[in-house]
Design a protein around this ligand. Structure first.
Ligand code: C2O
Length: 577
């Protein structure tokens, strides 16, 4: 537990924060190299993330309300990009695939898959044997031999085979670096991070990858292992990936993070690179999975064709980000392979990392009352994947929600973090004794170049239990930064000690904003960081406070990170009330 007697020198006000100049934040994104719409027609408004367009929700900024206000479809007919104009499910169009938008210094690569003349709609295979995904640290003997052989055969396929190692890696590059346009006339591009496509896209990605590997070794029971980094036995890089002679090896990994060094799910890249700590990791996983109720807070913000550029990562994605950067090679300017999205699919561990992320989605639903999204723009969103027979298949998000229909399950492993709820470092009385003066509101826009504390006004306090259950209170930050750069800052609430001493084991540690390098052009778009705080405030005995006292602790990030807004919301965590 962090000390509560540390001097409050960091907690004064925002006085040490310089105000952002307008040049540090531009509302006009640089578009990728392909220009499908006339330059003069590109008009991007700054959008505030809304409730996902659910018709039942009445709130400021509801997409369909705005649609009416703009005169309905007429607004889109001019081809001016109005993010509110027409929102539809994201549909991946193979013909729209173009060059990826890569970070500076990345070797130019074509990421698009071969074009198919025929695309079939996915149908659930009948009579498929169950595939049981096991923790990677328990995979040995025959199973390991099969896995290595499958990857060896995949590596041996020619690059233009859609099942090849290169093409499989490129799938991630194409979907994460703006290769697919959503529509031939409208930006933005298909993005599978910082929005609700994250979970279904990656589930489908693994589904086909696993089927391809199984077919290469003629074993329909082949199941992709999972990197069980939420279990003390699985927190280091699984041994199966570290044998240099194995097909599972990738040389572009952090040399300091080899077994027995444990992953640090709260890695701050500071000082001596020490091993992660089991309890801290459990607290982090608890916070991002068990502690999250509102669907937008878990899955991320809505993302639709024509639906707006605003985006927020869910806690599932945020949790997964750190493992990426922690695994990648820091001597590579972009952290290849795992530390950058265009290259991460080149490391076999990527798929096992995502297997665990996928498993945590299932655990959230089965053990912690999580509920899948029901918005039709989510359910109908679709992606293209080549299957094990080299046929291009269109899949929809709604088809992957029931994992059993896809024919796989996860081996039951004890969930050791299920009671790892963080403990408050101070109680109400201690806080009152320590900081009698209220903090000021944030000085916006706020360039986050030092530890900064401020107060965020709440609209309601001491709500009834039912209201709390219905509408999750959340703390929201509009964050502007260059997405091709890694960024992390922590958010503390009602923290009274030295902010550098706060850890995820403290209840006051509300969360971390984490970015892994991806498409750079989004420098200008503000993403949201949304943290559900209803239970948190109860646990801190702070539900009767007028303000949330916030401390932002920048951890790393070489570009200015600007907080354009900070507020409390009662809608952002939920698409439905
Ligand atoms: Cu698409 Cu782990 O990222």
């Amino acid at each position: 537990m962090a000390s509560i007697s540390t001097p409050l020198s960091f907690l004064s006000t925002t006085a040490n924060v310089s105000a952002a100049t307008s040049s540090s934040f531009t509302l006009f994104p640089l578009q990728p190299k392909r220009h499908r719409y006339p330059k003069s027609k590109r008009h991007i408004s700054k959008v505030s993330c809304n409730n996902g367009g659910d018709d039942n929700v009445i709130s400021k900024g509801n997409r369909r309300d705005v649609l009416i206000g703009l005169g309905g479809l007429g607004a889109a007919a001019s081809f001016t990009y109005n993010p509110f104009a027409v929102a539809n499910p994201v549909v991946t169009d193979q013909n729209s695939c173009g060059r990826p938008n890569l970070p500076a210094g990345a070797k130019p690569i074509p990421c698009c898959p071969p074009k198919a003349t025929n695309i079939s709609d996915f149908v659930f295979p009948s009579n498929q044997p169950l595939r049981v995904r096991k923790p990677a640290h328990l995979v040995t003997g025959d199973e390991l031999a099969k896995y290595k052989e499958a990857i060896r055969l995949m590596r041996a396929l020619p690059d233009d085979d859609p099942r090849s190692f290169t093409q499989q890696a490129n799938i991630h590059c194409a979907y994460c670096h703006d290769s697919y346009a959503l529509d031939s006339t409208l930006p933005p591009q298909v993005k599978v991070h910082f929005n609700w496509l994250f979970a279904p896209f990656h589930r489908w990605y693994l589904y086909f990858y696993e089927k391809i590997l199984g077919s290469l070794i003629n074993d329909p029971t082949f199941a992709l292992p999972f990197w069980n980094w939420d279990h003390s036995d699985g927190m280091d890089i699984p041994a199966i990936f570290t044998d240099r002679r194995s097909s599972l090896f990738d040389a572009k990994r952090n040399a300091n993070h080899q077994p027995p060094v444990l992953v640090d799910l709260d890695w701050n890249r500071r000082g001596v690179d020490t091993s992660g700590e089991v309890d801290k990791n459990y607290a982090k996983v608890y916070k991002c999975i068990a502690d999250v109720k509102g669907p937008a807070c878990f899955f991320g913000s809505s993302f639709q064709a024509g639906g707006g550029v605003s985006s927020a990562a869910g806690s599932l994605e945020t949790l997964h980000n750190t493992c990426h950067s922690w695994t990648g090679d820091p001597t590579d300017p972009n952290g290849e392979d795992m530390g950058s999205f265009y290259s991460s699919g080149r490391d076999p561990i990527f798929y096992c990392h995502h297997s665990n992320v996928d498993r945590l989605w299932t655990i959230w639903k089965e053990k912690f009352g999580g509920v899948d999204l029901s918005d039709k723009d989510y359910l109908k969103s679709s992606f293209l994947f080549y299957d094990e027979n080299k046929n291009l298949v269109r899949v929809r998000s709604e088809q992957c929600l029931d994992q059993s229909k896809l024919g796989y399950k996860y081996m039951d492993v004890p969930i050791l973090w299920k009671n790892a709820k963080p403990k408050p470092a101070t109680n109400k009385a201690q806080r009152a004794a320590l900081a009698p003066t209220p903090l000021n509101p944030p000085n916006l826009p706020l360039v986050l170049n030092s530890i900064t504390s401020f107060a965020v006004k709440r609209q309601f306090k001491s709500r009834r239990k039912e209201e709390k259950a219905e509408r999750e209170e959340s703390l929201v930050f509009d964050v502007a930064f260059d997405k091709s750069k890694d960024v992390k800052f922590d958010v503390l609430v009602f923290w009274k000690g030295d902010p550098m001493q706060a850890t995820p084991k403290d209840r006051e540690f509300a969360g971390s904003f984490v970015n892994v390098s991806h498409a750079p052009n989004a420098k200008d778009t503000t993403v949201k960081y949304i943290i559900g705080i209803t239970d948190l405030l109860d646990d801190l005995e702070a539900d009767d406070e007028d303000n949330v006292e916030v401390t932002l602790v920048p951890q790393y990030g070489v570009v200015p990170v600007t907080i354009n807004n900070a507020y409390v919301s009662y809608d952002e965590c939920s698409f439905k009330k």
